[in-house]
Design a protein around this ligand. Sequence first.
Ligand SMILES: [Zn+2]
Ligand SMILES: [Zn+2]
Length: 107
Amino acid sequence: MLNSSNFCCEDMRRNLEYRCIKHGDNIWDCPDNLICYSDSFDEFGIIIHDGGTSYIRILFCPFCGKKLPTSKRDLFFKILENLKLEWDDEKLPPEFKTDEWWKKRGL
Ligand SMILES: [Zn+2]
Ligand SMILES: [Zn+2]
């Protein structure tokens, strides 16, 4: 999860934390949720509201223009490759579903 030090600005924080009454944590269905954050990849994106859970990765904050963290997506797949695991493998350790895998490796 993000803590307050992860936010580059107040607009980003407000957008990421916004939850409406109707959709709650289902940010993918809520047209008012614009930005998403993936803690397993440590990357930010603009939500594509097409009924799925896809997003366009962004490298800079659309509000304040600061550079966002470098995505750990490539590292993620490299480590999985070394472990001979697929991302949807049921043997995938739960640490890879959160930020645990890169935090505990000090990445
Ligand atoms: Zn910002
Ligand atoms: Zn909503």
